[in-house]
Design a protein around this ligand. Sequence first.
Ligand SMILES: [Zn+2]
Ligand SMILES: [Zn+2]
Length: 239
Amino acid sequence: MKIYFDLHTHTVASGHGFSTLKENAEEAAKKGLKALGMSDHGPAMPGSAGAIYFGNFKAVRPNILGVDIYTGTEANIMDFNGRLDLDESILKKMDYVIASLHIPCIAPGTPARNTDALIRAMENPQVKIIGHPDDDRYPLEYERLIAAAARRKVALEVNNSSFCARSGRRNAEKNTARWLAVAKEYRLPVILGSDAHIWYDVGQLEKAEEMIRRAEYPPELVLNYSSEGLDYVLNREKE
Ligand SMILES: [Zn+2]
Ligand SMILES: [Zn+2]
């Protein structure tokens, strides 16, 4: 199926990314994507941009090279209460927020506590996506996580980079297969993300799509294939 958008991409502003927004937009256009989201790591990630960067998205045009540009962040969850590393006033001005657990921003807890952190993060209406819930370093209670995601209409991410041999995340294939099986029962819409840190990975979702196929996940529940899917993510209903 044709990919309509990729909302999980990083630029040089993340500190360990290698491409600019222009290069990422060029690649998105080349691959035929209609929409690109920029989601640089929040300020708590060593080397990433400060709050002033995330407050300056007014400089970014809504369309570059024919690709609609959405501005966001991959915020770091800082504690088990789901606190994020950017102020609400800044988060509110963005199109979307991905919330993720990252070393070294939060030390892994028990499965119950890690799950609490993600569920609490979802309570923030700006959080539209939970990034890479697939890592044995942060074990999760998938039943509880997915029930909460379904209730709050937050998209869980099938992260393409997690399946690359050099990923730091552990057992992502096994864990993704596990959570997709639960999510299928809930008919939970899921999002695919490249997590690109260099231009040529933008829109690169093959491994994630392979996971979807293996799980026999209904394609109509994969958000990336349509503008309606994008609307679903960006306009997540507030409670
Ligand atoms: Zn990164
Ligand atoms: Zn991440």
